[in-house]
Write a protein that binds this ligand. Structure first.
Ligand code: NAD
Length: 385
């Protein structure tokens, strides 16, 4: 009986994956808006691909060559099927030189922040991927859209809801595609959790626990600068807990309660929070209890339903995810999350279909992050209309 149950779930899961990689996303109902991956109108279909480019591998230029671009995205773009590393935008000539040699990039595809807008005239570049500090996401996404290029923007989408709206508007106006770098939507353990929760495989979800934290070792980084980061661990790490809770439930929370933790290292945490814990309250009375800190370790997504439970720990790492359910170990491969994400988004752009991780989802999450801060500041329950 248990074996049959498992194989049924596995079949369902595989179906889910193939749907997710095609034009209908498993993630569609969790957006809570729009109709999933609808095809856009004929007029909008070109997605800044400059004519006949729809059939080729898309050229991606990374904007900002920090840790994530250099160590994750650039290598992932060597493994992708539907896109490749075509160019870079950087303020540091030595980084440009290193990547140019390593990935054989032509000089004409290497830009500085000042020259980036000239990319408008470069048919090699179809997508600009914004991998800058959070406070710069809006400015560079809007510049990229105005240059007629499709955009992938890293999480969190921006540091205010107003900026998110401006980014969405700029992409709509220029008829380009906008996605957020939510890699876990393309990862099999997380896709299984979406299915367990949203399809109520073990009945109604009653409880979620999520934590994402690490110890920050250096006080002089943009992540501790309010203007550049928008906030502390909540913006950087807690967003994964918010995402995890929402895609487990398949809907947004209706209210938030929260509180800030103690500041134990005032030299580090004089602009942003050191630790924050919060609860996301859902319509069926399920509660997601979440926590994020820059001064402890944490990496968990747990869910409990009427007839079973699941636990991912570590949950948010680039590899080595470990999952268990009340029926036993989760047996899924470790994948190159960034390569899958890039390929999934590139396919959407080429096919003219809606992203599985669109700007609207990024804005929904920033709205929730802001509500969490408001609840922690005021000590009051904040309703999300
Ligand atoms: P990083 O500090 O390693 O890199 C930031 C880059 O921005 C550097 O190249 C820096 O030179 C450049 N930069 C340009 N203007 C700057 C300014 N005014 N101040 C500071 N730096 C400036 O950071 P990172 O870890 O690569 O993060 C970049 C973005 O990627 C962030 O939004 C972060 O949230 C996101 N990120 C996402 C993931 C993920 O798993 N999706 C992982 C890591 C980072």
């Amino acid at each position: 009986m248990a074996a049959h149950f498992q194989s049924f779930n596995r079949r369902q899961f595989i179906k889910g994956i193939s749907l997710a990689l095609g034009t209908t996303a498993l993630g569609a109902p969790l957006l809570g808006f729009g109709s999933g991956n609808k095809t856009y109108g004929e007029k909008e279909k070109d997605w800044g691909l400059q004519g006949n480019a729809q059939k080729k591998k898309l050229g991606v230029a990374l904007v900002g060559l920090g840790n994530y671009s250099t160590n994750q995205l650039a290598p992932a773009l060597q493994e992708t099927e539907h896109c490749y590393l075509a160019g870079i935008v950087t303020g540091t000539p030595s980084k440009a030189e290193t990547l140019k040699k390593k990935y054989n990039l032509p000089d004409k595809n290497i830009y500085t922040y000042e020259t980036m807008e000239q990319v408008a005239n470069n048919p090699d570049i179809d997508v600009l991927y914004i991998v800058l500090p959070n406070g710069l996401h809006a400015e560079y996404t809007i510049k990229a859209a105005n240059a007629g290029k499709n955009v992938i923007c890293e999480k969190p989408m921006a540091t205010s809801v107003e900026d998110c709206q401006r980014m969405i508007d700029a992409c709509k106006k220029n008829k380009v595609h906008l996605s957020i770098g939510y890699r876990l939507h393309f990862e099999p353990h997380h896709q299984r959790i979406m299915e367990l929760g949203q399809k109520k495989v073990y009945g109604d979800v009653k409880k979620i626990e999520a934590a994402d934290s690490f110890v920050i070792g250096n006080p002089d980084v943009w992540r501790l600068d309010k203007k550049l980061a928008g906030g502390g661990p909540l913006m950087d790490l807690g967003i994964y807990c918010v995402q995890g809770a929402i895609y487990t439930m398949g809907e947004s929370p209706v209210a938030i309660t929260a509180r800030f933790g103690k500041v134990t290292k005032p030299k580090f945490f004089n602009e942003v929070e050191e630790t924050i814990s919060w609860q996301m309250h859902f319509t069926n009375r399920a509660v997601a209890d979440c926590r994020s800190s820059y001064n402890e370790e944490g990496n968990l997504l747990y869910g409990e339903a009427e007839k079973g439970w699941w636990r991912l720990q570590p949950a948010y790492s680039y590899s080595g995810l470990k999952g268990k359910t009340s029926e036993g170990a989760m047996d899924f491969p470790q994948v190159n999350q960034q390569a899958r994400q890039l390929d999934g988004i590139a396919q959407n752009i080429r096919e003219g279909t809606e992203s599985r991780v669109p700007g609207e989802m990024g804005m929904r999450d920033v709205r929730i992050l802001m509500a969490i801060y408001e609840a922690a500041r005021t000590g009051k329950r904040v309703s999300l209309g």
